[in-house]
Write a protein that binds this ligand. Structure first.
Ligand SMILES: N[C@@H](CCOP(=O)(O)O)C(=O)O
Length: 462
């Protein structure tokens, strides 16, 4: 399988080179040259597979022999052996129309572990096999950082630096990152918001000479391996429902910030998984909701919300979707992204908006509605939603008709967001791994938001 850039100026490269390149060297994003098609017969065969077996099949389509199958199997088994649930990503049924896909059974209690346990092991594998230097640089609004650190902490040949927005992540998210004392981990707490952190790392990755000199590697969803790993649970959830006799129209409702998770669902749909609607849920940072409803992509004012991991205005995977929306025309995307730098917005014509709306519906959940949704499901179903999942569930309620079922992706364990949960007067008992964090010392460096300050820290660290 070859990978190419959405902007057309990176020649076809293999899977491992794509993982190592992260952001494409021409500033675009890497995508598979062809989306592999999964036939109805294959879907049937996959229906009884375990999560690990399914992951192996899906990855094989995209890795195409570049990693020997037995090595890939080991990587998959190691990655999902750390999950607390034997099913890895189980589905819980709330009622006949709503099911929750629990993605938080990995080491850091967030869906990011599904991809980042794999990517951490993959980096380690590449480093050993190719003797490559792996210097990870990432940005987080809370969950990616902890998960990426957990995936590579203490691993030989790898260093990781994570930028998080100072005091704009939850306390548990901050502790999960900053209580790690391994020497290969650096946490930079940046004065600014997540968009500032993401902009800085993207600018550093775009400086190809700097990126190569310091061997910078990406763990954010700009890295195509993240997206591929996240497609697996769409298949798995669909099969779990099918095995329970749920035929018919299946929607997925996805709490969305960087457009990575929902793009993985779009990719699964393009591969042949019969997903009916992709329901895009945002909080008050609703650039993507506005895009789906109106066809205008324009960053707005930043809001701090109860669901901080989704406090994002500039969605880094959006370009991948635009690429498919424009018929895989890299020249068009290059021109659109150049113009976006000038205009600060992207407006699509009516025919393209119709295409968007054939796949997606969108709903922006305001703070009070998010809290009401948490209370409602706690009171009526004794099920505690974290605030991000609550946005997905509130959006699912808007768009699930009588003849449909919706799988709402549960992106994190509620114990990570006790600040919001307390506002609805619910006392939760955190898992012991989370409780233990409060007794540990923290290691982080506070920095301003200028690129030069970050570079200074990176150069010292790497
Ligand atoms: N919501 C994310 C933001 C980074 O997104 P990513 O999927 O590109 O890693 C977070 O929790 O950090």
């Amino acid at each position: 399988m070859d990978y190419i850039s959405t902007r057309g100026k990176v020649g076809a490269i293999g899977f491992i080179d794509a993982v190592m390149m992260g952001l494409a060297d021409d500033g675009g994003l890497l995508v598979p040259k062809h989306i592999p098609q999964v036939s109805a017969d294959t879907l049937k065969q996959w229906q009884q597979l375990s999560y690990q077996e399914l992951a192996l099949e899906v990855f094989s389509l995209y890795i195409d022999g570049e990693i020997p199958r037995e090595d890939l199997k080991q990587l998959v088994d190691d990655s999902y052996g750390t999950f607390r649930d034997a099913e890895v990503t189980p589905v819980r049924s709330i009622n006949n129309h709503l099911h929750i896909l629990e993605l938080f059974h990995g080491p850091t209690f967030a869906f990011k572990d599904v991809a980042l346990q794999f990517l951490g092991n993959l980096y380690s594998y590449i480093s050993r096999k190719n003797n490559s230097i792996i210097h990870i640089l990432g940005a987080t609004s809370g969950d990616t950082g902890a998960s990426a650190i957990e995936g590579v902490r203490g691993k030989e040949g790898i260093r990781i630096c994570i930028l998080h927005p100072h005091q704009k992540v939850s306390k548990v998210q901050e502790l999960q990152m900053t209580t790690v004392d391994d020497a290969n981990v650096l946490n930079l707490s940046v004065e600014g918001n997540f968009d500032d952190c993401q902009r800085i790392i993207k600018e550093l990755f775009a400086d190809v000479e700097f990126k190569h000199r310091y061997h910078l590697r990406a763990i954010n969803s700009i890295n195509i391996a993240r997206i591929l790993a996240q497609t697996v649970y769409y298949f798995y959830a669909y099969f779990q429902l099918a095995n329970q006799g749920q035929a018919g129209k299946v929607n997925f409702s996805v709490p969305t910030g960087n457009f990575g998770d929902i793009f993985a669902g779009y990719l699964a749909k393009r591969m042949g998984l019969p997903i009916h609607k992709l329901i895009l849920a945002t909080n008050e940072n609703n650039i993507l909701e506005r895009f789906v409803r109106e066809g205008v992509y324009q960053p707005g004012e930043f809001h701090s919300t109860y669901s901080p991991s989704m406090d994002i205005q500039v969605a880094s995977n959006f370009e991948r979707y635009l690429y498919y929306l424009h018929g895989e025309d890299a020249q068009a995307i290059s021109a659109i992204m150049d113009q976006y730098k000038v205009d600060g917005n992207i407006v699509i014509p009516a025919d393209k908006l119709a295409t968007v709306q054939a796949d997606f519906v969108a709903y922006g959940v305001q703070g009070e509605e998010c809290l009401r949704t948490i209370s409602k499901y706690y009171d009526s179903n004794a099920y505690l939603l974290d605030p991000h999942t609550a946005c997905g569930v509130a959006a699912a309620e808007q768009f699930t008709s009588e003849d449909e079922v919706t799988v709402a992706l549960s992106t994190a364990h509620p114990a990570k967001f006790d600040e919001a949960i307390r506002l609805v007067n619910i006392e939760q008992t955190p898992p012991p791994q989370i409780e233990a964090l409060f007794d540990k010392p923290q290691f982080q460096t506070l920095v301003g938001g200028s690129n030069s300050e970050i570079v200074e820290q990176l150069v010292k660290f790497y």
